[in-house]
Design a protein around this ligand. Structure first.
Ligand code: ADP
Ligand code: MG
Length: 698
């Protein structure tokens, strides 16, 4: 079908090659279509004209109709300003300009009716409107104006007079040209069933809504469509990939698993752990390749689930591999697993960058013969020199440190891709997980092992440090251990390190009865390990550290987490750090230390931390405060957030809703052949062509 919106933007009245090139570069607007999809960021109600005597000082923006009585220039130098005394017969307001005085005086005439729009303020008992929008009353039909759209513009655009008003004018020209309907992008069935506005009406009303009701309907239709196609893409293509790849079938649960379960398992599994294991077993036995994301708050017992999953692989004659982001963590996993498997005939080995020479050769040989059953390691395990006899399962811990590319390398380790379980303690809000990881199935451990006392979190000002130290002395006297964490941000690593060093000296002085150890990212791995060891073994009571301890370290005897300069940490980071304590039976504390002066948003972050221990609630709050683009873990996902109108944080319910609709479409028409859905498949293809990230999902 012919679509006039394919036309180049430069041929639009009032644009031309120069402005077109600015629009190309600044907003990636090349065609009329692109322009139509450049949506306003806000609207101002201009359907009503106010009287000057109605102005009461609480109004945000108002519109007046009247004429200019006289001009006056007052002040000198930077104070110089132009005032136009404006009246509608019910009073007088002063229109004020600080710039462009000459132009204004020449442009606007006395004894001529204008519509003036702006924000009224009161100054010296007079009402002012600074730099108002002025239109000729004869040209502007107020009755048909309704809501006025406002568009974001850049500095470069403003320099060529491409301000919001200019875009609005261009937009109105295009909208005028939409005589007949634009090609629809949703099927008549969907439009009717879900009471959606047509595309043409939605595009007209998103720019020039006659009233708020029509605006709401237009927004709904466009958000619906945007989210719908993201989901349709994931369900149609990413799931298609899963259908194509056969997975190893682990249909046996045998001796290794059962002897562990009956003899070695030191405690009862939580209901959540049981449920997740069932979900995993269903994947492993089903003939599909598993691609599962396991989310569970810090301390929820993911490692155990990982281990039991690996045992199923072993029972079916396959090897398993567990990857951690750091050597410390890999070490800890090894220790934990060895302890849990004590007395069982399972060979577990560790492979990290620092394991070299003979030991390394031995492990590599063991992997090839199948003698090594479980390999624990850092990304060293995905190097080309590491080959397995039959790798059937890979578990990736703390997924946000592993990129997509690294994940992909795993697939070359066996003839078929192994099953993959990705574990993360950075809870990704459901809505975001659905958008980003639509191709991964998601399991959630939403329950902590019994007997944990919730961590008490307090916000403490710097200035009251002494009382904090009193509490720490008390904890140490009771045999507990304490973390003190300093921020480390790349740009100012030197200063941060200095903070840490000074903090260390200071803490040593304040706590003469304690052995204090110190860990930061600039240390040699060996030194770091020996310092860590001091703390893990209990020889040191206090650990001063940067965020290197953020991930996974497990010292159940540590009961206090002090976070210095807590204002410099993001929510999820704070939550991760807090998760290092509260792992034993003792009451644990997290102390967030900050200065007095805090930004509004920082205060909100701290309040949330004090209020709740629930990682999912925190992740949702984080998403609301920061927006999704910023969220940890999204950068490497390969899906850029280029949402034009929907908002993942706010439109979660709609996302869920359209996902079900998209699922229904795919279920009924899995190969995309039904003529009823032709519109959908054609549109999806177009979107995949124009958006590289969309295609990379599959
Ligand atoms: P994370 O999910 O943060 O990786 P871990 O697997 O390290 O959590 O578990 C935290 C602690 O809880 C460990 O000491 C582990 O032994 C213990 N744990 C795990 N599952 C249970 C359970 N079902 N009952 C009691 N303790 C458990
Ligand atoms: Mg863990």
């Amino acid at each position: 079908m012919f679509d006039f919106t394919d036309r180049d933007i430069k041929y639009l009245t009032g644009v031309g090659p120069q402005r077109a090139s600015v629009l190309n570069k600044e907003l990636e607007i090349y065609s009329l279509h692109d322009l139509l999809y450049y949506f306003p960021y806000k609207y101002v109600d201009r359907s009503r004209i106010y009287l000057i005597r109605e102005i009461d000082g609480t109004m945000p923006y108002i519109q007046l109709k009247g004429e200019i009585l006289s001009f006056e220039t007052i002040g000198e130098g930077r104070q110089r300003r132009l005032i136009a005394h404006f009246t509608d017969g019910t009073g007088i307001v002063d229109l004020v300009w600080f710039q462009g005085i000459k132009y204004i005086v020449s442009k606007y005439k006395q004894r001529q009716e204008y519509i003036v729009f702006g924000k009224p303020t009161s100054f010296n008992g007079r009402i002012n409107i600074a730099h108002p929008d002025i239109d000729n009353a004869a040209e502007l039909k107020v009755a048909s104006m309704g809501m006025q759209p406002y568009y974001n513009t850049t500095d470069k655009m403003k320099r060529t007079n491409l301000n919001s008003r200019a875009i609005e004018k261009m937009m109105s020209v295009v909208v005028e040209q939409i005589h007949s309907s634009l090609p629809e992008t949703l099927t008549p069935g969907i439009l009717t069933k879900y009471h959606l506005m047509s595309l043409t009406d939605a595009l007209v009303n998103i720019h020039f809504p006659a009233n708020t009701d029509l605006l709401r309907k237009a927004q709904y239709r466009l958000k619906f469509e945007e989210l719908f196609y993201i989901q349709l893409n994931i369900l149609r293509y990413a799931k298609d990939r899963q259908r194509k790849y056969r997975g190893y079938v682990f249909d046996k649960v045998g001796d290794v698993f059962y002897s562990f379960y009956s003899q070695n398992l030191p405690f009862e599994l939580t209901d959540a752990q049981k449920r997740v294991l069932k979900e995993i077993r269903r994947d492993l036995g089903g003939g599909r390749q598993m691609n599962r994301l396991l989310q569970g708050d810090v301390g929820s017992g993911k490692t155990l689930v990982a281990l039991m999953t690996m045992l199923i692989a072993l029972d079916n004659g396959y090897q398993a591999c567990l990857m951690a982001p750091t050597e410390i963590l890999a070490n800890q996993h090894l220790e934990t697993i060895k302890e849990l498997l004590y007395g069982m005939n399972v060979r577990v080995e560790l492979l990290t960058g620092s394991i070299t020479g003979k030991k390394r050769e031995e492990i590599l040989a063991g992997l090839l013969t199948g003698n090594v059953h479980i390999l624990v390691g850092t990304h060293a395990v995905i190097e080309d020199t590491v080959n397995f006899s039959s790798l059937g399962l890979v578990i990736i811990d703390e997924q946000h440190r592993f990129g997509v590319a690294q994940r992909a390398r795993l697939w070359t380790k066996n003839t078929q891709p192994p099953h993959v379980l990705v574990m993360t303690a950075t809870p990704i809000p459901r809505t975001l997980a659905m958008t980003l990881y639509g191709d991964l199935d998601v399991s959630v451990i939403d329950e902590l092992p019994p007997g944990r006392k919730p961590i008490t979190t307090v916000h403490q000002y710097d200035a009251y440090r002494k009382s904090l130290y009193v509490s720490i002395h008390k904890q140490v006297a009771e045999g507990r251990q304490v973390y003190i964490v300093y921020p480390l941000i790349k740009e100012s690593e030197k200063i941060d390190l200095k903070n840490l060093e000074e903090g260390y000296v200071h803490i040593c002085e304040e706590f003469p009865e304690c052995r204090v150890c110190k860990v930061h990212g600039k240390m040699k791995p060996q030194e770091k390990d020996s310092q860590m060891h001091l703390f893990v073994s209990g020889e040191a009571q206090i650990m001063v550290a940067t965020t290197v301890i953020e991930v996974g370290v497990n010292v159940p005897n540590a009961s206090v987490m002090v976070i210095e300069n807590a204002e410099r940490f993001g929510l999820s980071q704070l939550h991760q750090l807090r998760g290092r304590v509260g792992r034993g039976a003792e009451q644990s504390y997290c102390i967030l230390v900050t200065g007095f002066k805090l930004a509004e948003e920082t205060r909100k972050r701290l309040d949330i931390m004090v209020r709740t221990n629930d990682g999912f609630e925190i992740a949702e709050a984080d998403l609301k405060l920061r927006g999704p683009g910023d969220l940890e873990g999204t950068q490497q996902s390969g899906v850029a957030f280029d949402l034009k109108i929907a908002d993942i944080a706010r439109d979660g319910q709609l996302l869920q809703f359209v996902r079900e609709i998209a699922q229904e479409v795919v279920d009924k028409d899995p190969s995309g052949l039904s003529s009823e859905n032709e519109i959908l498949w054609r549109r999806l293809k177009e979107l995949r062509k124009t958006n590289v990230n969309w295609a990379s999902i599959s």
